[in-house]
Design a protein around this ligand. Sequence first.
Ligand SMILES: [Zn+2]
Length: 290
Amino acid sequence: MTPNDLRAKVLSVKRWSRADQRAPNKPLMMAYALANYIKGHGQMFSYEDEVDKDLHLLLKRFGPSRKIVHPEYPFWRLINDGFWRLDNAEECLPRKSNTDPPKSELIKYGVTGGFNDEAYQLLKSDTQFAMDLLQTILSESFPESIIPEITAQLGLEFTFRQVQKREPNFRREVLNAYNGKCAICGFDARLNDELFALEAAHIKWKQFNGPCSVNNGLALCSIHHKALDKGAITITSDMHVKVASSVNGGGIVESLIWDYADKKIHQPRQSNQYPLVQYFDWHDENVFRG
Ligand SMILES: [Zn+2]
C-alpha cells in the first residue's frame, strides 16, 4: 500500500464522500485515530476504554443533533473499507436487526480497532502524511470555522495550512446581495472603506454539495456565521431566526443572539437572490442543535 492508495481508500469511504446527509461517524473515527497516532498512540484502540467515551463526545459535539449516538458503528463498520483492523472480534454476536454487534459484545470480548498494519506503518513513518490525511478528512466533512475546535478537542495544537480553494465570486456576490450587512444583525463595520468581520456563509455546507451560489449564501458577521455553522441558530423557511434552546451566556449573549430570536432576517433586495428553503431545511435537519 502506498500513501496514495491509503488516501484513495479513505476518500472513498462509503456514506461519506457522496452523501448529502451528514454522516460524520466514520470521518470522526478516522480523525480520532490519526490525531492519536500523531500524538504517539500505538496502533490499536480499546473500544471500551477509549473509543466508547472519546468518540461519543466527538459525535455529540460535532455530529448532527441526535438523542443517541453510536460510536460502535464506525468502529466496527470501517472494516469494510480496506484499511481498518479489528482484534478479538471473532466471537461477537450481531444484534437481531443488523450484522453489527451491539457495544456490549465489543466490551465483553475486549475488541480493539485501528488502521491495519500496512496503513499504520505508513502513518507512523510519516507524520506529515498523517497530518495531511487528517486535514483532508476534516475539510471534506466540516466547514472551516469548525475545524480548529475539532483539532483542539482531538488534543492537537497546530493549525492546518490553508489549502481550501477560496471562492472570491461567492463572497463578493453574497456580500453585494445583502448590501454589505449581516443578514441577522446588520453589522457593517468598515476600516478605510473595507468591510471586516463580515463573511459569506454557506447555508448548506459545500462539503455536502451545497453550491457556491447566492441562493445558498448569507452575509453574516463573524459571530452569526459561527453560530450558524455550530447549529446554535438556524433560519426558518419563512426567513426568521431560530435559536437553539441550549444557547446560554451573559447579557452580551442575550443581545447578540437571543434578541434576534424569531426576528426576520434582512433579505436581498432582489427576490431572485433570496436564499432557498431547501438549503434551510438541510441546515435545520443536519446542523441545527435545537
Ligand atoms: Zn451579525
